[in-house]
Each structure stands twice: as structure tokens, then as C-alpha cells.
Ligand binder design. Structure first.
Ligand code: SAM
Length: 278
């Protein structure tokens, strides 16, 4: 795919993940970190997939958990036109600043290599990823029912044994289609809900009891995230509220030394020095 010419001076140089525009809140960072780290500790191998990358905030975070021999694929329309009018309207409303170049510049600020990038509608993802290979899939793309239904069907095909599926915006007021597709998959495909946050649904078609018990134990040990059990379709799904959740370790930017004084919180003593007072 040829990129349009682009002035490198206009590309982003984030000095920290918090400078990358996107929607990836602290409770979800805690959960991504927990699921992906647990998979590593348990020796579970497999590839990572993100459908809907935008400027790379969640992809940059996920990329840190990639181990030798594993593949990370991201799929996004980026600058390409959406295949249908409803998706185009949604894109124009929400993602005017999106370019593939900006995604790549952001990603390479934190990692040495790009993931495999599939630029196109998510409906083509099964042509690019091998069936049964993914241990973790994050779906965060179109909000239209037909598309999300298709993304979940693709995820079911691509996910490996005991893989984790995360669905974004599964209950937001402005995207009822995601809710319909999510709970439809729970009702009809055997997708089992492990937990939900304000913005994301976490489920599996694989082994449930042990990962659920480990998750409940982890949450019981945290004082910064509320949780409670909710019986859903026969499973004890965990509801999590974590607006004050402490962030897990963050990916480190190669531009971190370029932080200007405005980036840094001014300590009181520094402030006094600046003002020339004792
Ligand atoms: C909410 S943003 C993703 C946010 C990102 N995961 C983050 O954490 O910052 C949704 C992305 O999905 C992409 N998208 C929308 N419809 C799509 C489709 N049908 N196929 C592939 N990508 C799509 C948009 O281009 C946009 O970049």
C-alpha cells in the first residue's frame, strides 16, 4: 500500500502513552495487563489481534506483551473509504484526524517494529489471520450491528484455545448495535462473559472457571477498583468500576527525553525557586 506524501515534521512524537489520542481507560489497562500477563505466566502462546486501532493507544499497550514467535495484527480502515454509507458517516463524525502515518509514527515511538497492518474493513480480517491462532482479540472498530456481529464471528474463527475476546463500547448509549451483537453472541454462540467495565466486555469461548477465579482473586486484592458479581446467562460475570484505578506499568516512548517543562508537573520547591521565594 502506497502512502500519501507526508511531512515528517507533522507526525506525532508522543513522549508518553497519555499523549496518544484515543480511548483506553485505566481499568481496561489494568485488565489488559492482567489477562496478557497471566497468559504469559501460564505459558499460553498465540497471536494478538486488534480490530480498530485509531491512533494506536491500545495497540501500543498490547504490543508490549508480544513474545518471540508471536504475531500482532491490527486492522483499521485508516485513510481508506468505508465500504458503506452508514460506516462512512460514523467515520467522518468521529475520526477526522486519523491517518495510517500517524498510527505508525505513534506505534514506532514505543516499539522497534510495526505490527502487521491490514488496512481495510474488518470483514477482510479472516483473509489475513490464520484460524485458531489468537490468544487475545480486541474489537474496537465499527459500531454498527451487522459489522460487530461479523467481527465477533471472525473472532470466533480466529481465536485459539482459551483465548480472550474484548469488545469495546458494548453498552454505550450511542452504539446499541454493539450491545445487540455482544449479548446476542452470549445468548447464541456460547461466548461466556468474564467481566465488564464501563466501556469493555471481556469474554471467552474457552475454559472459564480458573481464569474467572483468578480474576476475582486479583480484584479482591485491589483497593482502587470496585467489583461485584452479576449472574448473566448462567455465568457469574464480574462488574468492575475503576475510575480511580492505578495505571499499570506504561510503555516507554523513545521521545521521553524530549519532554518540555510544560509536560512536567512543577514540584513545590521548584515553583518556589522559579518565583525566587524561600
Ligand atoms: C474507537 S476507534 C479505536 C480506538 C483505539 N482502539 C484506541 O484505544 O484508541 C475505532 C477505529 O475503528 C476503525 N473502523 C471503523 N469502522 C471500521 C471497519 N468497518 N473496519 C475496520 N476499522 C474500522 C476507525 O477507523 C477507528 O480508527
Amino acid at each position: 500500500m502506497q502512502h500519501a506524501p507526508c511531512d515528517p515534521a507533522t507526525l506525532p512524537r508522543p513522549t508518553s502513552l497519555s499523549e496518544v489520542k484515543g480511548w483506553f481507560h485505566s481499568p481496561d489497562q489494568v485488565l489488559f495487563d492482567w489477562f496478557l500477563t497471566r497468559q504469559g505466566e501460564q505459558g499460553q502462546t498465540g497471536d494478538l489481534l486488534e480490530i480498530g486501532a485509531y491512533l494506536g493507544k491500545s495497540a501500543i499497550f498490547m504490543g508490549r506483551y508480544l513474545r518471540p514467535g508471536e504475531l500482532f495484527t491490527v486492522c483499521d480502515l485508516f485513510d481508506s473509504p468505508a465500504g458503506d454509507d452508514a460506516n462512512s458517516r460514523e467515520m467522518n463524525r468521529s475520526y477526522a484526524t486519523l491517518t495510517r502515518r500517524a498510527f505508525e509514527a505513534n506505534y514506532l515511538s514505543f516499539h522497534d517494529e510495526l505490527p502487521a497492518v491490514v488496512q481495510g474493513p474488518s470483514s477482510v480480517i479472516t483473509d489475513h489471520v490464520e484460524p485458531g491462532t489468537c490468544r487475545f482479540i480486541h474489537v474496537d472498530a465499527s459500531h454498527l450491528y451487522e459489522h460487530v456481529h461479523g467481527d465477533i464471528a471472525a473472532a470466533r474463527d480466529l481465536i485459539g484455545p482459551d483465548g480472550i475476546l474484548v469488545l469495546d463500547d458494548f453498552r454505550a448509549e450511542h452504539c446499541p448495535g454493539v450491545a445487540a451483537a455482544t449479548w446476542g453472541a452470549v445468548a447464541t454462540t456460547g461466548l461466556r462473559p468474564l467481566c465488564i467495565t464501563a466501556t469493555k466486555f471481556y469474554g471467552t469461548w474457552g475454559a472459564y472457571d480458573e481464569v474467572h477465579a483468578d480474576l476475582a482473586a486479583m480484584l479482591a486484592g485491589r483497593d482502587d477498583m470496585w467489583h461485584g458479581a452479576e449472574q448473566v446467562a448462567g455465568d457469574p460475570m464480574i462488574r468492575i468500576s475503576g475510575r480511580k484505578a492505578r495505571l499499570p506499568g506504561q510503555p516507554v516512548s523513545r521521545h521521553r527525553e524530549e519532554r518540555t517543562p510544560e509536560h512536567r508537573p512543577v514540584r513545590k520547591s521548584g515553583l518556589r525557586a522559579l518565583l525566587g521565594r524561600r
